[in-house]
Write a protein that binds this ligand. Structure first.
Ligand SMILES: [Zn+2]
Length: 267
């Protein structure tokens, strides 16, 4: 087993508010991964990204970037597609400057178009990007969003520059509570491990959902889904995985999960 665990953004307890402070805080907490969340805009320039990369390398923290949320590669409005591609290209450029292995993207919405057509639109858009960092296409938590496990797996198979981002909470919401057993988690990891994905980049949070759609994030003590099952699967197998915590109790839950992965928990 090789599992790295970290936070999405600067830990809440961190005194400093810069990205560099965030990397140091994650390391001080005993975590080893950090995702920089460009929620609305890409707020780092290449020079500061390079500095972040140097410190992260020294502290052995693996970095990822999350592209802004306002992206839709399948929009029926061409100007939205142009803007979306610019957001992705800029995120990849900063990811490369800091040596991040993956830039996470919410690819888009179906907008009433046939799913097969949306797949082709998104696939062709993905193939346009050239970067050292992989384009991380995330599994999404609403029915109207592109990003089922099948769709993401097919993209990974058909685009050499795409890597999956397995958001277990999104999968749980989209399948209306489908992650119930160790085998449910294992089947997903096996699928991407079988495609040669290493490390498998994952997001973790508890989630409130209704009718196959996510509502909001919860602490992992909500056991929706039960991440103790994932911890056991990771400990008992040889996956190379990175787990980024996005719960409202970000660093506490990241550390709790680390405990679950390290020590067998009775269920
Ligand atoms: Zn995301």
């Amino acid at each position: 087993m090789s599992v790295r665990i970290g936070t999405s953004g600067i830990p809440a307890a961190c005194k400093g508010k810069s990205t560099l402070d965030g990397v140091k805080c994650v390391s001080d907490l005993g975590l080893d991964a950090f995702e920089i969340a460009f929620v609305r805009n890409i707020y780092l320039i290449e020079e500061s990204a390079r500095k972040v990369g140097e410190i992260a390398k020294k502290l052995d923290i693996s970095l990822s970037c999350h592209a802004p949320y306002y992206i839709n590669l399948a929009s029926i409005n061409p100007s939205v597609i142009v803007k979306s591609k610019k957001f992705i290209a800029d995120t990849l450029r900063i990811a490369d400057a800091m040596g991040a292995k993956i830039a996470v993207v919410h690819a888009g919405f179906y907008m009433g178009q046939p799913k097969s057509q949306v797949f082709e639109l998104i696939k062709n858009a993905c193939l346009e990007f050239k970067s050292k960092a992989k384009l991380g296409i995330e599994t999404m938590g609403r029915q109207k969003q592109f990003g089922s496990v099948d769709e993401v797996a097919r993209l990974v198979e058909e685009c050499g520059n795409v890597s999956p981002v397995i958001d277990f909470a999104h999968i749980h919401a989209r399948t209306n509570g489908g992650l119930k057993t160790k085998d449910d988690f294992k089947a997903i990891l096996d699928r991407f491990d079988g495609l040669g994905v290493s490390p498998i980049h994952c997001h973790m949070t508890g989630i409130k959902y209704r009718d196959g759609n996510e509502k909001h994030h919860l602490a992992i003590s909500s056991f929706e889904p039960d991440f103790r099952l994932l911890a056991n699967v990771l400990r008992e197998n040889s996956y190379n995985a990175t787990i980024i915590c996005e719960s409202p109790l970000m660093e506490q839950d990241a550390l709790l999960f680390k405990k679950w992965v390290t020590n067998q928990t009775k269920l």
